[in-house]
Structures are given as structure tokens and as C-alpha cells.
Design a protein around this ligand. Structure first.
Ligand code: GLC
Length: 740
């Protein structure tokens, strides 16, 4: 059983309790369990309370209020026909009240422990609020930074993505579904969502089975191995079949091949959307196709509630098919102990969020996720004795931009901003500040309609120009200028794709004008996706990628800028020179005119296609050497493992972290193979002069692949290159062979 929560309840008893429940439930009650009802006022359709009272519901989403949870739970447990408790669910993607770095930033730590610890704190707070289930981790591999939801995943690489997937599931779920400080996790969005054409959110996806199996699926498989309780089907068409009605994905692959025995919830309204996508004639057919394809729970569309009884009564579906979908939902509720403990202590949340270790964990995660992209002349770390410093930029004092996208309902931003973090680091120094002109989306975010917070009217052109001049004046009076730029929280995430990766608004213009004053500039980026900061990359001496770092983000930025912390993060996704180059990624197949060819010039006549910053890149305040590469054998048999070791040494003057990375390339085979693929990494902390030997295993899991030719997983006898280094351009090279 994949869902091996250690509830102490023997499996046989769980099955007995589930069957006993099923035996006494009416068809309507069973269908109620397959329905996730919206608790939000903005949702159409019948009110949650009426549905729950009449037939019960599997779950309630888009509600975030312990008191309301208990009210609805009381109705479910005491007034609904079968008294089955509800699962309360919400998107807790990178923190509930204590906000952690966005998942893309967690991946940039290359430290699964950071992801696990962050999600464990998020789970504790969410559960204390009365939530049982989060719609995370998001596992979509993304190689087109124009796609707004790249912010929610682990970037471009399935090996790093798999490590982060397993770590987040462990963090959310722990190892016991009955643990009152954990929540059910949800591997989403199954599958291929990150490949929407042009990075346009929701657009159709066309992927070969080889791309699905070698790139898209591994993080989902890692989540299953880690015991993930639920999956979420994606919105979009995959090869002309919407994921929410895709039997191959949900039955053939997920259940029959991978043995997943939890349950699958659709994305929001995705069942009834099958009609819009032209995959179903009407709601009845949408419900039939989704259930037949293996979808357990309909998120908020009501299509199951409206149609399943009729489908059973007219013989289109059998009671056995309904029971099959209900079983895993009931089993998880039994495993969680919800029948014995359905209610939340309404005084618990404030005690839990007040835990000092929560903010400490958030600060550590933010410190470990930041990536130093440039540090010409060792400008950083700055001295704490500096005077006359100015902090400038529209995000410098923005709590929203610091906490980032995907906040839970009615979250009140409470982040320490970069300006506040710098001021706290420099007591007694008057830090000048000017935001410059505001930045905002050209097309407002549709979710903004649901946000009850009163909205400031946008700046007028005159106000913006005045703000611009004030920023210039403020910079003029300073010796050192810390520019805090990037994207606002609503510029990445859902409904947040964009055609360009440039700095929005007049940010780059302001940067250039202040640079033209001859000022020393440090650029701090707050953003949810790679940005094409090519002018800054050539002209600004120090650049720190801080992502959307969460509640302690400002303190973590200051910790790094002033040397209390040495940055050790690495990019989980490359930064293209130009947004038009997307999709861009390192693990590409070699062409007949490779970059290594003397005849090679470029793939475009108007630009170089190489990234501004490659996958796996990140600087430090110290230096490292990686050498003494050794292989346990020059060749191994198919099915055997090879051990690769290398020594990493801190050759600088301060302690620091290095991420040692291992890449392989199968030189020939029944399929062409990528020129490099990450197959091992380890982040190590070393004192000055200290050395450590890191060791990696290469076995069938790392050396095998899904072959288009064979239509199956294969491992071949072939020659391999391998490289070990500190980013995807590593040059320390060795070769080995796999023999038949
Ligand atoms: C959204 C997202 C999904 C989220 C769900 C519930 O549209 O696509 O990631 O979990 O709806 O909020």
C-alpha cells in the first residue's frame, strides 16, 4: 500500500471500517463524498452548508476560518445522513501564516531538508487552523519562464524536482496520517501543465511519451514513493485529451503502473470544463468521462453531484465504479482519525504561529535559497560601517512582493521587507529610501476581483514621473545604492504568464540612470521566475537573486548583503538572455552542429541562445575547488552500480556552502540522449581550507531511460561521459562504459 501512514490502525481494520460505511451509505451519500464543495462566497452553485446537510461532502475548499470549519463539520458529523467528517482543503503552497520562500526558491537551496522543514511548519500552522489537506506540492517541470506558474515548482530538472517533491511530501505529511500536526499532500498538476504552448497558462500541451516519462513524470513518481496521499488532475489538454478525463494518465499510468492507491481530485471546475474544452457534450458526459477515467473527486464544479446518480440509474455507471472512487477517500479519513477527532481547537492557531522556531525556519530557508549571481571585485559582503546608503526600487518596502505569490485566503502580509532588513542591520545609520514609480500588470489579475482588500488607485503619470525624479535625487545623495527590483507577487503564479522576461515598467531605465551617476549599485531581485536582466548582468557589479523569500525575506537579504550569511544557492532553472528564447534548458539533445563544433556560431542570427546564467549556477563569498574525480570502475554491467567520488575544498577565507553536481551523457543508444542530465548533487558546508569527499551512485535508475524506440524503460550497454562541478557547465570530466 502506498498510503502507509503509521496510524497504528491495522490495514484490515481500516478496510473493515470503510466497507461498513459503504454498506450503509445511499448512492447520494456516496456521490456526496466525490464532491468537493466550495466554501467561498464567490462560488456559484448551492451553498456548502445545504449540500453538506443533505448528503454530506468529501471536502470543502476555499474556506479559511477555524470557527466556520467547526460549524460545517458539526453539520456533517451530526446532521448529514452518514455522519462522515469533511476534509478541509486549501492551497498552502509555501506557508500558511509564516511564509517561506516560494517553491522555486526552495529548489534553489538544493537542500531537500529546507523544503521538508518549510512544509512541515506550513503543515503545523495549517492544521492548527483546521485545514486537513493542502493542494501541494506542485510538481510541474517548467522550461519556459514565461509561464507564470514556474514560481510554484522546482524548475527545469526532473532529478532536482524529484528530490524536492519527496521532501515536500515528507514535510506536509510526516510519516503518520494520524499526526495532528500534518496535512494530506497533493501531487499536482498531473500531468504536463508546465509545457503549455508559449508559456501561456492553460494552453494545450503536446508531449511525446518519452518527454512525459523522462522529464514530466519523475517528480510525481518520487511523490508516490514518499507516500503522497492525493493527486490533482491538470486543467489542460494533453495530446488532445484533457488531463481530467485522461484514462491513460489516471488509470493506466498512475494506478495500474505506479500502484497509486490514494485519490485524485480535479483542478477547479475542471470536470465541467471538459464541456468547454470540447471533450464532453454536456455535464452528464463530462461526469461520465471523468469518473470512467478514474477521477475520484470533482473540485467545485458540481458535475458529479448533478449527474452521477442519473448515470448509475440509467446503467451508464455501476455502483461498483462509484464505490471504487469513494473507498480511498473514506480510507484516508479513517487513517487521519477524523471520525474520532473531527474538530479543531479554535485557540490553537495563535499559539502555533507564535512559535519562534517558525520564523527562525523561515529565515534559514530564505538564506539558503538565495543565489549570488554577480559579485564583481568582491563588492559584497558590504561593511556594516557604511554610511550614506540608499535603498531604491518599487519592491524595497513591499511586504506582498517579499512574501510572493499564492498566499492563503485572507492572509495579511507581515513580511520583513528588504528595506526593513537593511535598516535593522544598520542601527544608527539613516538609510535613505525611494520606491521610484510603481510597477503593475498591464492586464489586471482576474483573482484580484476576489481580493476584498481595498485597492489603491494606480499612480497617475505625473505621480510616477515625480516618483522617478525623487528616486534619482535620493540616489544622487548616496554613496552606495541598493536597488530592489523584479516582479510584484501577482506577476507570477496562475493567470500570470507574460511574453517578456524583462524587468517590468521603468525599472531598468532607473537602474541605468543611477548607474550613469557613477554610483556603486547592488541589485537585489524579488521575482517568481527567471528574468532577462542582461544589461544588469553586464553593468551592475553585485546581483543577488532573492526570489520571493517570505516572512523573513528582508532579514535574510540583509544577512547576506552584510556577510552574516554566505550565499550558497544555485539556479534551479536557467536565466535566458531574452524571453523570446524560451523554452530554454540545459538537458537538450546534441544537434549535428553542436556548440562544440568549430563551425558553430549561434542558433539565432540576432543573439546567442546561451543562458545569461546556466542551470545550477550560483556564486559564494568564498571559493571552492572540485577535483580528484574517481570512478569505482571504468565499466559496469547493465544493472550494476558505479560509485563516483570527488573532493571539494574551500580554497577561500570564509566558511561557505558548495553544491557539487554530477551530470551524465550517454554517448549513443537506441534513442538520442540529452547532452547532460543531472544525476546527483550534494550541498556541503566547508570551513576555510576544509575538504570533503562527496560520493554518488550511478545505477539502473540513473542510467536507464524511457526509450521511444523500445516503448519501454531500458538500460543499454553504451559509453558515457560524466562531469562533476558546481553548475551544468562543469568541465571536470571522466568516461565509463556500461557493458552487456
Ligand atoms: C487553481 C489551481 C490549483 C489550485 C486549485 C484550488 O485554479 O490551478 O493549483 O490548487 O485551483 O485553489
Amino acid at each position: 500500500m502506498n498510503n502507509q501512514g503509521k496510524t497504528g490502525i491495522p490495514e484490515s481494520e481500516i478496510n473493515q471500517r470503510v466497507e461498513a460505511l459503504l454498506a450503509k451509505m445511499s448512492l447520494d451519500e456516496k456521490i456526496g463524498q466525490l464532491n468537493q464543495v466550495s466554501g467561498a462566497d464567490f462560488s456559484p452553485g448551492p451553498k456548502a452548508v445545504d449540500v453538506i446537510r443533505k448528503v454530506g461532502a468529501g471536502s470543502v475548499l476555499w474556506l479559511n476560518d477555524p470557527r466556520r470549519f467547526n460549524e460545517l463539520q458539526k453539520i456533517a458529523v451530526e446532521e448529514s445522513p452518514s455522519g462522515i467528517p469533511l476534509l478541509f482543503a486549501l492551497d498552502v503552497i509555501h506557508g500558511y501564516r509564516t511564509i517561506f520562500p516560494i517553491p522555486l526558491a526552495m529548489a534553489a537551496s538544493w537542500d531537500p531538508a529546507v523544503a521538508e522543514q518549510s512544509q512541515a511548519v506550513a503543515a503545523r500552522e495549517a492544521r492548527a487552523a483546521g485545514l486537513h489537506w493542502t493542494f501541494g506540492p506542485m510538481l510541474d517541470i517548467a522550461r519556459d519562464a514565461r509561464w507564470g506558474r514556474i514560481v510554484e515548482g522546482a524548475g527545469e530538472d526532473p532529478f532536482l524536482g524529484s528530490a524536492m517533491a519527496a521532501a515536500q511530501v515528507r514535510g506536509f505529511q510526516g510519516d503518520d496520517f494520524a499526526d495532528p500536526e500534518r496535512v494530506l499532500a497533493c501531487a499536482k498538476h498531473f500531468a504536463g501543465y508546465g509545457y503549455s504552448d508559449g508559456g501561456r497558462d492553460y494552453d494545450p500541451v503536446y508531449l511525446s511519451e518519452a518527454q512525459l516519462r523522462n522529464v514530466v513524470f519523475p517528480p510525481f513518481q518520487a511523490a508516490i514513493k514518499a507516500g503522497v496521499a492525493t493527486f490533482m488532475s491538470a486543467y489542460m489538454d494533453l495530446n488532445n485529451v484533457p488531463a481530467t478525463g485522461n484514462r491513460w494518465l489516471m488509470r493506466d499510468v498512475l494506478r495500474n503502473e505506479w500502484g497509486f492507491d490514494g485519490f485524485i481530485v480535479s483542478d477547479a471546475f475542471a470536470v465541467i470544463n471538459l464541456v468547454i474544452q470540447g471533450y464532453a457534450r454536456d455535464g452528464r458526459e463530462a461526469a461520465l468521462r471523468a469518473l470512467d477515467a478514474g477521477l475520484n473527486m470533482d473540485m467545485a464544479s458540481g458535475a458529479y453531484l448533478d449527474n452521477l446518480a442519473g448515470l448509475v440509474n440509467d446503467g451508464s455507471l455501476t455502483m461498483a465504479q462509484i464505490d471504487e472512487m469513494v473507498r480511498p477517500i473514506l480510507a484516508l479519513k479513517v487513517r487521519m482519525g477524523l471520525f474520532e477527532h473531527p474538530y479543531v481547537d479554535e485557540t490553537l492557531l495563535e499559539k502555533v504561529v507564535a512559535r519562534p522556531d517558525h520564523r527562525q525556519a523561515a529565515r534559514l530557508a530564505a538564506q539558503r535559497s538565495m543565489v549570488l549571481l554577480r559579485n564583481e571585485g568582491g563588492l559584497l559582503p558590504l561593511s556594516k560601517d557604511i554610511q550614506n546608503v540608499a535603498v531604491i526600487g518599487p519592491l524595497a518596502d513591499s511586504m506582498e512582493a517579499t512574501e510572493g505569490s499564492w498566499m492563503v485566503f485572507n492572509h495579511k502580509p507581515a513580511a520583513v521587507t528588504v528595506l526593513q532588513g537593511i535598516q535593522a542591520k544598520l542601527p544608527g545609520v539613516s538609510v535613505a529610501y525611494a520606491p521610484g514609480p510603481e510597477i503593475h500588470r498591464d492586464i489586471p489579475h482576474p483573482f484580484g476581483e476576489f481580493d476584498s482588500a481595498e485597492k489603491k488607485p494606480p499612480q497617475t503619470a505625473e505621480e510616477a514621473e515625480s516618483a522617478y525624479q525623487t528616486a534619482l535625487e535620493t540616489a544622487r545623495g548616496a554613496d552606495l545604492v541598493i536597488m530592489v527590483m523584479g516582479e510584484t507577487a501577482d506577476m507570477a503564479g496562475e493567470f500570470a504568464s507574460r511574453g517578456s522576461l524583462d524587468l517590468p515598467g521603468r525599472q531598468e531605465e532607473l537602474l541605468k540612470d543611477i548607474h550613469a551617476m557613477g554610483k556603486t549599485i547592488v541589485l537585489v531581485l524579488l521575482n517568481g521566475r527567471p528574468l532577462s536582466i542582461r544589461w544588469a548582468a553586464e553593468n551592475v557589479p553585485a546581483i543577488l537573486e532573492a526570489w520571493e523569500p517570505g516572512t523573513e525575506g528582508g532579514n535574510a537579504v540583509a544577512d547576506i548583503l552584510f556577510g552574516d550569511v554566505n550565499p550558497g544557492g544555485k539556479l534551479p532553472v536557467c536565466f535566458p538572455r531574452n524571453g523570446n528564447h524560451a523554452p530554454l534548458y540545459y538537458a537538450r539533445n546534441i544537434t549535428h552542429l553542436p556548440e562544440s563544433s568549430p563551425r558553430y556560431r549561434s542558433r539565432y542570427w540576432d543573439d546567442l541562445p546561451t543562458p545569461l546564467y546556466p542551470f545550477g549556477f550560483g556564486l559564494s563569498y568564498t571559493t571552492f575547488s572540485i577535483d580528484n574525480l574517481k570512478l569505482s570502475a571504468a565499466q559496469v554491467k547493465v544493472g550494476e552500480s558505479l560509485t563516483v567520488t570527488a573532493d571539494v575544498t574551500n580554497t577561500g577565507k570564509v566558511a561557505g556552502d558548495e553544491v557539487v553536481q554530477l551530470y551524465i551523457h550517454q554517448k549513443w543508444g537506441r534513442d538520442s540522449r540529452p547532452m547532460r542530465e543531472l544525476k546527483g548533487f550534494e550541498r556541503v558546508t566547508l570551513q576555510p581550507g576544509e575538504a570533503k569527499t562527496v560520493s554518488f551512485q550511478l545505477g539502473p535508475d540513473e542510467l536507464g531511460y524511457w526509450s521511444t524506440h523500445a516503448g519501454a524503460w531500458i538500460q543499454e550497454a553504451a559509453a558515457f561521459d560524466l562531469w562533476v562541478g558546481n553548475d551544468s557547465t562543469a568541465t571536470l570530466h571522466a568516461e565509463f562504459a556500461v557493458v552487456g
